[in-house]
Ligand binder design. Structure first.
Ligand code: ARG
Length: 407
C-alpha cells in the first residue's frame, strides 16, 4: 500500500466509518469520504446528509462530500437496463449491480479532483460488489490503486463496534437487525440472518417498500405509464423525471404487495446465495415496458432482442458495465426503442401487477389485419399457398425419411 490520499466510498454505516480511521492508522493515508446519493434513504434531506458528512469528519476524514446522483442513476443506469428488460437469472432487476458503476464513476472523478492516488470501498471478499467496484475503477482509471480494508482487517461486527468506540467514532448500532441491506431507487436487497437457510421463509420484518398481500387495498387500481423511446416519462398523465417516477411507481405497486423476490442466485465469485429483494417500482416498469414492446417492436427485432436481454443482465451483474459489449448492446437496444412510445395501463391487485391495455401512435397492431369483423383487410386467399409451402420441407421429410413414414 503506497497510496497517500484515498477516496473512500462512504455510506455512513459502521464498516465504512471504521474504514476512515483504519486506513489512516494502518496505512497512514489521508481519507476523503465520498457519499453518493443513489436514493438509498428514500426520504433523506439535507440534514440527513450533513449528519453523514459530520460522522465522516468525526472519524477523521480530511474532506467529506455528498453527491446527489439520483437523476443520473435513474436515467443513465436504470434507464438502459429498463430498455433491456434486464433481469438477472430471469428475476432480479440488478438493484446493487446498477448502482456500483455510478458510484465508481464519482469515486474516480473525486480522486482526480482531490488529487487522490487510490480509492477504497467497504465490500467483503465474498460478494459481487467488490468485483463491480474494482473492475469499474480499473477500467476508468487503471493508475488508481483500489483498496478494500474490510477484506484485510478481519473484524467481526463486534470488533468493528469496539474499534469505533476506542476511537470515538460516532456510530448508530443500537437496534440494528442482523441483515445486510443495500437500497437505492431501483429497489432493496436484503441478505443474511435467518435467510442464510434457503428453506427458511424470509422474516416478515425485512420488508420496507412492500406491504404484505393481506394488507393491500382490496380495490384494484389502474396506473397509466407513458413511454417515449423506451423511457418512462409519465404516470397517470403527469410528466415526471425518472428519479421521481420509479419511487412513485414503487409506492403504488408496493402498497399492493407487489415486487418481492426470493431466490437463490449465482454470484460472480462462484457462490450460490439466497437473496431477497423488494423492487416494486422497477419490476412494474419492466412489466409495462415489455408490454409496450409487444405492440411496437417488429417480430424479428423483438425475438433477437429477447436473446440479448439475459446477456445484458449477466454483463451488468458481473461488473462489466464499463465494457465495449455493454456499449454495443446499448447501441442495438437504443435502435430498437425508436418507436417504443405510447402508454400502458397497469392493473394492480393484491400481489399482482399486470398489463391491462396498451396503445402507441406508431404501433404495429393493425386492426384491419387482426379483426374477425367485416372490416377485415387480410388477404385470406394468400393463406393456403403460404401454409402449404411453410410445411413443405417437413412434409417431404415425412414422406422420405420419417421413421415409419407417413401414417
Ligand atoms: N446479490 C445482489 C447483487 O449482487 C445484492 C448485493 C447486495 N449487497 C449488499 N451489501 N447487501 O447484486
Amino acid at each position: 500500500m503506497s497510496a497517500k490520499r484515498v477516496v473512500l466510498a462512504y455510506s455512513g454505516g459502521l464498516d465504512t466509518s471504521v474504514a476512515v480511521k483504519w486506513i489512516q492508522e494502518e496505512w497512514n493515508a489521508e481519507v476523503i469520504a465520498l457519499a453518493v446519493d443513489v436514493g438509498q434513504v428514500p426520504d433523506a434531506d439535507a440534514q440527513y446528509w450533513d449528519a453523514i458528512l459530520e460522522r465522516a469528519k468525526a472519524a477523521g476524514a480530511v474532506e467529506a462530500e455528498v453527491i446527489d446522483a439520483k437523476a443520473e442513476f435513474a436515467s443513465e443506469y436504470f434507464g438502459p437496463a429498463l430498455k433491456a428488460n434486464a433481469l438477472y437469472e430471469g428475476k432480479y432487476p440488478l438493484v446493487s449491480a446498477l448502482s456500483r458503476p455510478v458510484i465508481v464513476k464519482h469515486l474516480v472523478d473525486a480522486a482526480r479532483r482531490y488529487k487522490g492516488d487510490a480509492v477504497a470501498h467497504g465490500c467483503t471478499g465474498k460478494g459481487n460488489d467488490q468485483v463491480r467496484f474494482e473492475v469499474g475503477v480499473r477500467t476508468l482509471n487503471p493508475s488508481l490503486e483500489v483498496l478494500a480494508p474490510t477484506r484485510v482487517w478481519g473484524f467481526t461486527r463486534e470488533d468493528s463496534i469496539e474499534y469505533a468506540e476506542r476511537f470515538g467514532i460516532p456510530i448508530n448500532v443500537s437496534k440494528q437487525k442482523p441483515y445486510s441491506i443495500d437500497e437505492n431507487l431501483v429497489g432493496r436487497a436484503i441478505e443474511c440472518g435467518e435467510m442464510e437457510d434457503p428453506w427458511a421463509a424470509p422474516p416478515s420484518d425485512i420488508y420496507d417498500l412492500t406491504s404484505h398481500v393481506s394488507d393491500a387495498p382490496s380495490e384494484p387500481r389502474e396506473v397509466v405509464i407513458g413511454f417515449e423511446r423506451g423511457m418512462p416519462i409519465s404516470l397517470d398523465g403527469e410528466l415526471m423525471p425518472m428519479e421521481r417516477l420509479v419511487p412513485l411507481m414503487g409506492e403504488i405497486a408496493g402498497s399492493y404487495g407487489y415486487g418481492r423476490i426470493d431466490m437463490v442466485e449465482n454470484r460472480r465469485v462462484g457462490i450460490k446465495s439466497r437473496e431477497t429483494y423488494e423492487c416494486p417500482g422497477s419490476l412494474a416498469l419492466i412489466v409495462a415496458h415489455q408490454d409496450l414492446e409487444g405492440i411496437t417492436l417488429e417480430r424479428d427485432v423483438m425475438r433477437e432482442k429477447a436473446r440479448l436481454e439475459s446477456r445484458y443482465a449477466e454483463l451488468v451483474y458481473d461488473g462489466l458495465w464499463f465494457s465495449p459489449l455493454r456499449e454495443a448492446l446499448d447501441a442495438f437496444i437504443d435502435s430498437t426503442q425508436q418507436h417504443v412510445t405510447g402508454e400502458v395501463r397497469l392493473l394492480l391487485e393484491p400481489g399482482r401487477c399486470a398489463p391491462n391495455g396498451r396503445r402507441s401512435p406508431s404501433g404495429l397492431y393493425d386492426y384491419g389485419l387482426a379483426t374477425y369483423e367485416a372490416t377485415d383487410t387480410f388477404r385470406h386467399e394468400d393463406a393456403a399457398g403460404f401454409v402449404r409451402l411453410w410445411g413443405l420441407s417437413a412434409e417431404t421429410w415425412s414422406r422420405r425419411q420419417r421413421p415409419g413414414g407417413v401414417v
